[in-house]
Design a protein around this ligand. Structure first.
Ligand code: RIB
Length: 302
């Protein structure tokens, strides 16, 4: 069985259903609200374990009810929680998701315990990282911890996948050099490369620039238009499955977790793994909420 390690965030998501984003100074009535498990790291870890991989999650929670709620889900899913630690001062991470009637979202984050993950926490998980097939991380936890985890991974021949989200303009060159596969969406790709992604040509240009910046393999996800894989001057497009989306929250996380779970160690099956990830993601967008929308491998058929 494939072994995945995810280093990342845990958030309790409060989803606020609104007709559209409010204007500055506007007071607006909203529809119902609900709570669900979220956090980019947690979503990616759950997607990897539901995708069929043995998955270890390096993360931090507060000492509160939100932590109990989140850990219960992880336990049910069979995530390895040996490296989820507790910070006694900061609260468990939270996200407030404004979800409009077309299924598009805007997200506000309270980092809390996610921001207290240290290089020492990563060192404590050294053996798990070194023995994994693949390490996944994003930007909702401190950068120095991610850099250390990627260093350990590369010293041990472990594949590294970086999801540069939330968008960042100043990714250290060291981290890019340690990254085997970078998976931004079009907004994140634009933040890194400065190239506005509007059509096929600009997507390819953006991927080529990421390539030149030091990452050999680039996947740019472009929502309902699918995803692009770019390496060594060659591109392949994978179409998205046509579905009616009600909530795109965690669509990208589902894609990444499933991609990691399906990739062979020689990375030769990249396009096939992307198709699988895309199918999983197309299922996730048809259900409201983050973790509750991530499908199980038996329901993902291409
Ligand atoms: O990628 C979606 C996630 O982003 C949500 O679950 C929310 O918690 C934020 O971290």
């Amino acid at each position: 069985m494939k072994k995945i390690v995810v280093l990342g965030s845990i958030n309790v998501d409060t989803i606020l259903n609104i007709p559209r984003l409010p204007l500055p100074g506007e007071t607006m009535a909203m529809g119902d609200q609900s709570t669900a498990g979220g956090g980019k790291g947690a979503n990616q870890a759950i997607a990897a374990v539901r995708g069929g991989a043995e998955t270890t999650f390096i993360a931090k929670v507060g000492q509160d009810h939100a932590a109990d709620f989140m850990l219960e889900t992880f336990k049910k899913d069979g995530l390895n929680m040996d490296h989820i630690t507790v910070d006694s001062k900061a609260g468990t991470g939270k996200a407030y998701i404004l979800l409009d009637k077309d299924g598009q979202n805007s997200i506000l984050i309270y980092g809390g315990a996610n921001q207290t993950i240290t290089v020492d926490d990563v060192e404590s998980a050294r053996d798990s990282i070194a023995n994994a097939d693949c390490l996944v991380s994003e930007f909702e936890t401190p950068l120095e911890a991610t850099v250390r985890a990627f260093e350990i991974a590369k010293q041990n021949g472990v594949i590294t996948i970086l999801n540069p989200a939330p968008a960042k303009t100043d990714i250290p060159q060291k981290l890019l050099t340690l990254t085997d596969i970078i998976v931004p969406n079009e907004t994140e790709a634009e933040a890194i490369t400065g190239i506005k992604v509007v059509d096929k040509k600009s997507i390819i240009n953006s991927a080529a620039k990421l390539n030149k910046m030091g990452v050999k393999r680039v996947i740019i996800t472009i929502g309902s238009r699918g995803s692009l894989y770019y390496t060594d001057g060659k591109e392949s497009f994978v179409d998205a499955y046509k579905v009616s989306a009600v909530d795109t929250t965690a669509a990208g996380d589902t894609f990444i977790g499933y991609l990691a779970a399906k990739l062979d160690s020689d990375l030769d099956n990249m396009v096939e793994a992307m198709k699988f990830a895309s199918k999983a993601s197309s299922i996730a967008v048809q259900v409201k909420g983050a973790q509750n929308s991530i499908p199980y491998v038996d329901d993902v058929k291409i």
